[in-house]
Design a protein around this ligand. Structure first.
Ligand code: RBF
Ligand code: MG
Length: 312
């Protein structure tokens, strides 16, 4: 099957769907081990039935409506989120406005899908998922037979390090700086993606030159501190050391800065889009008495990364 992976508006998709397809519904923020195992069984079920694996998600994460604020919350920005979902084998992503569906009871929601999606053959639900504003548990819905599609419920509780992995658990561990654990929950290196922006130039003049990363404002930022990381420069993987924090030695504006020093400075490319992949946390950010003291500490940080992560 050579399919073009594409993102649709719900109405566009409903208007032009031409192949028989399945549907899985959710945010899948983080695309962690639990999500992955559920998505893999969904995709293989679709393959067996020879239907397209389609994923329904919300234009904006429900959390931002339900909590009425814009605080940093997401593990992945939309582009990264969709990239991981497509890599797993999802063929179409359909975005629906949360406000359109959040007041529907489970039965109405299923009715809505049944009426709008004439080629829907399979609705795939995680065992612990609930549907509709009446929060009907997935298992209560399987017996519904008045629709043109089958409902299948699959166990989606994936254990890792003896706990059931969830996006909430990952957020808690990012805020605690537990990168190694987060990497296990994700089955890949946790990554911050964003644009490279200009700093004040203090680093290049008096300390070490860094790339400053600006991330989507909805993205949750891990605990302040210094991290062993890597980046790709001209497709080459290179170690770097990343500071997240307020730079108290040199700065007093309240903004959080994310900046990385790439160990092999010669290869730095200045392209705008940057992924910083995290390996582990080295220390807390500190206020030093002088630039010199800070520079000495950064020199030690660099040596630490080389020594402990040099073979990565
Ligand atoms: N700034 C601090 O005030 N305290 C720190 O502990 C600190 N650690 C850093 C560690 C690394 C590896 C890097 C790259 C930067 C660090 N900074 C720290 C930020 C530093 O102040 C910053 O690079 C300059 O202000 C230039 O933007
Ligand atoms: Mg800089």
């Amino acid at each position: 099957m050579t399919e073009i992976q594409k993102v649709y508006n719900f109405d566009d998709f409903a208007g032009q769907e031409c192949n028989q397809h399945g549907l899985i519904v959710g945010n899948f923020d983080g695309v962690h081990v639990g999500h992955k195992s559920l998505l893999k069984s969904y995709i293989s079920r679709c393959q067996k039935l020879k239907i397209e694996p389609v994923l329904l998600t919300y234009k904006q994460h429900p959390w931002f409506y339900l909590n009425q604020n814009n605080e940093k919350h997401l593990i992945l920005n939309k582009a990264q989120n969709y990239k991981h979902l497509f890599e797993l084998g999802i063929v179409k992503i359909v975005e629906v406005d949360f406000l359109l569906v959040y007041k529907m009871e489970a039965g109405d929601f299923l009715e809505f899908l049944n009426n709008k999606l004439s080629r829907l053959k399979l609705l795939f639900l995680g065992h612990d998922s609930s549907i509709g504003c009446d929060k009907k548990h997935a298992s209560e819905l399987v017996s519904r037979t008045s629709f043109n599609f089958e409902i299948k419920v699959e166990n989606d509780a994936e254990k890792c390090e003896d706990v059931i992995v969830s996006s909430t658990l990952i957020r808690e561990n990012l805020l605690a700086g537990n990168i190694e654990l987060v990497n296990k929950f994700l089955e890949r290196n946790y990554c911050l993606n964003g644009k490279v922006v200009r700093g004040k130039g203090i680093g290049s003049r008096q300390l070490y030159p860094t790339l400053n990363l600006e991330v989507d404002k909805k993205i949750l930022i891990p605990k302040n501190g210094v991290y062993a990381t890597f980046v790709f420069m001209n497709s080459q993987k290179m170690l770097s050391v990343t500071n997240i924090g307020h730079n108290p030695t040199v700065d007093n504006d309240g903004d959080i800065k994310i900046e990385t020093y790439v160990l092999d400075e010669e290869f730095i490319d200045t392209s705008l889009d940057l992924n910083i992949y995290f390996l582990g946390r080295i220390r807390d950010e500190k206020k030093f008495d002088s630039f010199d003291a800070l520079k000495k500490q950064i020199t030690l940080d660099i040596a630490h990364v080389k020594k402990h992560y040099g073979k990565n």
